[in-house]
Design a protein around this ligand. Structure first.
Ligand code: NAD
Ligand code: TYD
Length: 335
């Protein structure tokens, strides 16, 4: 039995990862460490108790975190916990440095002290910066972050790599492209569009709408993470991608068509400052070393995601009735 300390397990990808492990692995125990920020939803993991434990803690608080390592024998650490939204990082960068950089450093130090067997840092393609019309990011692409969010994630990645070279720590880094699927907080593009469309509300489209993202269905990301944990080589970075590039305008039109809503809901709004133009992942390394291949194509992934948001209206209605209202107003009113 291995014990995984998973941080940020009440968020979008973390909860999908824990659910996958709990449903498929009887030989793994999970300790979920989450601060429960606005992005967390404890209901995402309702019903799990066997081989599962939760601690409410902030990874940026080393004293609190230290107690968890003292009380438990941790074998693997998987660090999902982060402030994850680019638009929020533009408004308030400091919390991104605190959680994403200082939090990762605390986890590295404690993992080293307690002889953790594997440390996996969940990172993002955004650390590579922005692509033009051609080319893809490989693991050799120099880091060139352009938002406070991506700068904080790149800083964390560099600390992880430094702990490998300096202390020979057993670390791994996975960098994934844009995720979508069940339980994604409505501030991100795909759930925002689905929910606004279901409510016949305007859909804010930044700039000319032609920015490109390489979309991956969340269960494919989770599969990639499991393969990196199982087969990855220490000190290495693994890109994970969905092989599904699309312009934002085309994603929005697809969702509107599926929901039989008019394209007139689309409202072009002021662009995001420093808006990265295009992301695309070359994931041939993880494919060669672990056999990873995404199962979902974009249409199937979007269809399943839209169905999930239709069936789980109470999940997102609860979010919409809380602090999110203020956030939405601040971000989109008069834009
Ligand atoms: P999310 O915002 O949905 O969830 C983040 C979770 O971390 C929440 O449960 C939150 O409460 C928790 N958290 C935040 N600050 C914390 C702190 N200081 N201490 C403890 N817990 C804290 O994020 P997500 O979309 O699930 O992303 C998870 C990870 O994957 C992040 O590291 C992100 O950078 C990375 N990633 C995300 C994407 C994507 O498309 N969403 C793509 C690639 C990589
Ligand atoms: P987002 O989901 O915030 O992910 P990221 O910025 O990390 O890639 O945004 C995805 C794309 O959608 C990005 O190009 C910005 C754009 N976008 C909009 O056009 N309107 C919106 O309201 C949001 C949230 C995003």
């Amino acid at each position: 039995m291995k014990t995984y300390l998973v941080t940020g397990g009440f968020g979008f990808i973390g909860s999908n990862f824990i659910r996958h492990i709990m449903d498929n692995r009887k030989d793994v125990a999970i300790i979920n460490v989450d601060k429960i920020t606005y992005a967390a939803n404890p209901g995402n993991l309702a019903g799990y108790s066997e081989n599962y434990k939760f601690y409410k803690a902030d990874i940026a608080d080393k004293t609190g975190l230290s107690k968890i390592f003292l009380e438990n024998k941790v074998d693997y650490v998987v660090n999902f916990a982060a402030e994850s939204h680019v638009d929020r990082s533009i408004q308030e960068p400091s919390i991104f440095i605190r959680t994403n950089v200082e939090g990762t450093l605390n986890l590295l130090e404690l993992s080293m002290k307690h002889n953790v067997e594997k440390f996996l840092q969940i990172s993002t393609d955004e650390v590579y910066g922005s692509l033009g019309e051609s080319g893809k990011f490989s693991e050799e692409t120099p880091l060139s972050p352009r938002s406070p969010y991506s700068a904080s994630k790149a800083s964390a990645d560099m600390l992880v790599t430094a702990f490998f070279h300096t202390y020979n720590m057993p670390v791994l880094i996975s960098r994934c492209s844009n995720n979508y699927g069940p339980y994604q907080f409505p501030e991100k593009l795909i759930p925002l569009v689905a929910i606004n469309a279901l409510n016949d509300k305007e859909i804010p489209l930044y700039g000319d709408g032609k920015n490109v993202r390489d979309w991956i269905y969340v269960s494919d990301h989770v599969k990639g993470i499991c393969l990196v944990l199982e087969k990855g080589k220490f000190g290495e970075v693994y890109n994970i991608g969905g092989n599904a590039e699309a312009e934002n305008i085309d994603i929005i039109k697809y969702i509107l068509n599926k929901l039989k809503k008019p394209h007139s809901l689309i409202k072009y709004v002021k662009d995001r400052p420093g808006h990265d133009r295009r992301y695309a992942m070359d994931f041939s390394k993880i494919n060669k070393e672990t056999g990873f291949i995404p199962e979902y194509n974009l249409e199937k992934g979007l269809d399943d995601t839209i169905d999930w948001y239709i069936k789980n209206e109470s999940w997102w209605r609860e979010i919409l009735s809380g602090d999110y209202k203020e956030y939405y107003k601040k971000m989109y009113e008069n834009r």
